[in-house]
Design a binder for this molecule. Structure first.
Ligand code: ZN
Length: 136
């Protein structure tokens, strides 16, 4: 088995509902997603996947969907005011935790046909969450 990982940095804002820690307040993170792909063999270039191609695909999507965006639960009472003010908001059906963001990135990469096995979302330098998919 061969495994490669690509790291992509981005920023996002969020806050968590039903949570008593600091993340209950609106704030931002300088995050890093590490996308890990695996294949049993290499392609005719001797690669699992081209690092540049992975970065481009993920980077484009992150810039469109998450980078410099407030990720908020659909029940968050601050949502209408932020949307009315024209803020860049992405509404989720669940709390915008590192776990959920890792899964969102995983699902995007998997849907594009890449052999992704896991995505780790580093929310801070010391805290990360990993989503690992079940391969069919
Ligand atoms: Zn946070």
């Amino acid at each position: 088995m061969y495994r490669v990982s690509k790291s992509v940095a981005f920023c996002y804002g969020h806050r968590l509902l039903n949570y008593s820690g600091k993340c209950r307040h609106l704030h931002g993170h300088n995050a890093r997603a590490v996308i890990t792909l695996e294949r049993g063999g290499l392609d005719d270039r001797g690669m699992v996947e081209d690092f540049t191609a992975i970065k481009q695909v993920v980077r484009d999507w992150l810039e469109r969907e998450i980078d410099h965006t407030l990720l908020l639960h659909r029940d968050d009472p601050v949502l209408p005011a932020l949307q009315q003010a024209g803020e860049r908001v992405k509404v989720l059906a669940e709390n915008p935790t590192a776990e959920v963001i890792a899964r969102m990135i995983y699902e995007f990469v998997a849907d594009r046909g890449y052999p992704v096995i896991e995505v780790t979302l580093w929310e801070t330098e010391t805290s990360c969450a990993t989503y690992r998919g079940v391969r069919s």
